[in-house]
Ligand binder design. Structure first.
Ligand code: NDP
Ligand code: 2IT
Length: 455
């Protein structure tokens, strides 16, 4: 039987470990944040299951198996040479090949990639699909670059990355700044260098050359399904509810699309220059035209939409009242003040489409206020889950129908919700999806690591 003393001793050990991790990984605040958020919830499971308290297990979990950093030189359209930095952090392969996206954004550094890779371990475990955790990217800024510049950058990036990846080793996909266009250029260069048609080396490929139906939609659709499952647990549905969505990229667009399909009313979208409020609800076809076809800004949407929409430069999208909030842009975009505003305005559920968009203080505020809070590890797992289904289709040299993939996605999101909910209950944290997701993901990875020895 676990006593209060066991839990206290375990907490003291975890606190000491956290201090040591911060010392050994200086100047990586996002990585510290992600590790702390997980360690903070593990004490009950470590106290209840002594095998997990084995010296070195948590230490191994917090140390990437491999970290690759490389130079990415490329020439712009005027012939000027630029030098960016490329990263791939192969964090944990106990459950399967490293799996996780590539992010191209000027804010990328090793600490950002490590936080994302660490989160990915638990998220991927929650899908139940046999994928390890990894992440990569570059501090390259794709904004304003021509197609030819993007292609040359991707080719240079892959000219180093190809040595480290493979369908049984490490399988990248998209993230911020990396979508179907970039995956195409990356795949082309991989194929050219290796002289192999190895479809399973990257996911998010195009329809017709190994891509899965519904992969572009999967993250956004999945986070809306997760929000719906949390509401259902409280005897409510999404129909008729208003929603505040941030971001206007891949995740945000398909979040809006699914909200509309389920009868909810998405009122907002945003980018790094401001946000749009549309009193009639976001027009998803116009949003796709502006963002996916024309690669424009969210302010262009407001200009084209007419009287119902207005663009607010700067500002906080969370000032707009809504029943449900779906942060779908980037890390730490929703802070304690934003959470207080949302709670004051009556928000009932928050589902993280982005990775770690809610600061720890904001998460605690939501939980104290009784708001259903779905962490990214669970709520945005639909994207990587369909990536794993893409790998399965590639291995079998087949392509499933959109209806089949969508049905699988709905099952997976339902299972993740149930797993998180039941795990939280089992450890005395009923309704706490953060604890449920962390412990359930941890148990799967930890069991595999213990079985496979000290490696
Ligand atoms: P996109 O590049 O398609 O879109 C990103 C959006 O977020 C843009 O609207 C962008 O605006 C905004 N944004 C990015 N960085 C910042 C910033 N520092 N400040 C304000 N706004 C910002 O990326 P995705 O939609 O793919 O990714 C969004 C989030 O979802 C990320 O956290 C990602 O890790 C996560 N995610 C993505 C998955 C996927 O399958 N793509 C799967 C699971 C999670 P602007 O153009 O102005 O920069
Ligand atoms: O954060 C994520 O889960 C992703 N960017 C998707 C990863 C993937 O391999 O599909």
């Amino acid at each position: 039987m676990t006593t209060r003393d066991d839990t206290k001793t375990t907490k003291t050990r975890l606190d000491a470990l956290r201090v040591e991790i911060e010392r050994r990984n200086p100047a990586q605040p996002e990585f510290h944040q992600a590790v702390h958020e997980v360690l903070d919830t593990l004490a009950p499971v470590l106290a209840a299951r002594p095998e997990y308290a084995e010296p070195g297990l948590i230490e191994r979990l917090c140390e990437p198996e491999r970290q690759v950093i490389f130079r990415v030189p490329w020439q712009d359209d005027k012939g000027h040479v630029h030098v960016n930095r490329g990263f791939r952090v192969e964090f944990n392969s106990a459950l399967g090949p490293y799996k996780g996206g590539l992010r191209f954004h000027p804010s990328v550094n090793l600490g950002i990639i490590k936080f994302l890779g660490f989160e990915q371990i638990f998220k991927n475990a929650l899908t139940g699909l046999g994928i390890g955790g990894g992440k990569g990217g570059s501090d390259f800024d794709p904004h304003g670059r021509s197609d030819a510049e993007i292609m040359r950058f991707c080719q240079s990036f892959m000219t180093e990355l190809y040595r480290h990846i493979g369908e049984h080793t490490d399988v990248p996909a998209g993230d911020i700044g990396v979508g179907g266009r970039e995956i195409g250029y990356l795949f082309g260069q991989y194929r050219r260098i290796t002289n192999r048609w190895e479809a399973g080396v990257l996911t998010g490929k195009g329809a017709g050359w190994g891509g899965s139906a519904i992969r572009p939609e999967a993250t956004g659709y999945g986070s809306v399904l997760f929000a719906a499952a949390m509401l259902r647990e409280r005897g409510e549905g999404l129909e008729g509810q208003t929603a505040v969505v941030s971001g206007s990229g891949n995740v945000a667009i398909y979040t809006v699309e699914k909200l509309l399909a389920l009868g909810a009313n998405p009122l907002t979208c945003s980018d790094s220059s401001g946000y749009v409020v549309d009193d009639k609800g976001i027009d998803v076809d116009l949003l796709k035209q502006v963002k996916e076809v024309e690669r424009g800004r969210i302010s262009d949407y407001a200009e084209r939409r007419g009287a119902s929409a207005r663009f607010v430069p700067g500002g906080r999208v969370w000032d707009v009242p809504g029943d449900v909030a779906l942060p779908s842009a980037t890390q730490n975009e929703l802070d304690e003040n934003d959470a207080a505003t949302l709670v004051r305005n009556g928000v009932k559920a928050v589902a993280e489409g982005a990775n770690m968009p809610t600061t720890p203080e904001a998460v605690h505020l939501f939980q104290r206020a009784g708001v259903a809070f779905g962490p990214g590890k669970a709520a945005n797992a639909g994207g990587v889950a369909v990536s794993a289904l893409e790998m399965a289709q590639n291995h079998a040299r087949t392509a499933w129908s959109p209806a089949r993939v969508e049905e699988e996605l709905a099952h997976i999101m339902g299972d993740i919700h149930t797993t998180c909910h039941e795990t939280a209950e089992r450890y005395g944290a009923s309704g706490d999806y953060v604890t449920g997701a962390n412990i359930a993901g941890f148990e799967r990875v930890a069991d595999a690591m213990l079985a496979q020895g000290v490696i």
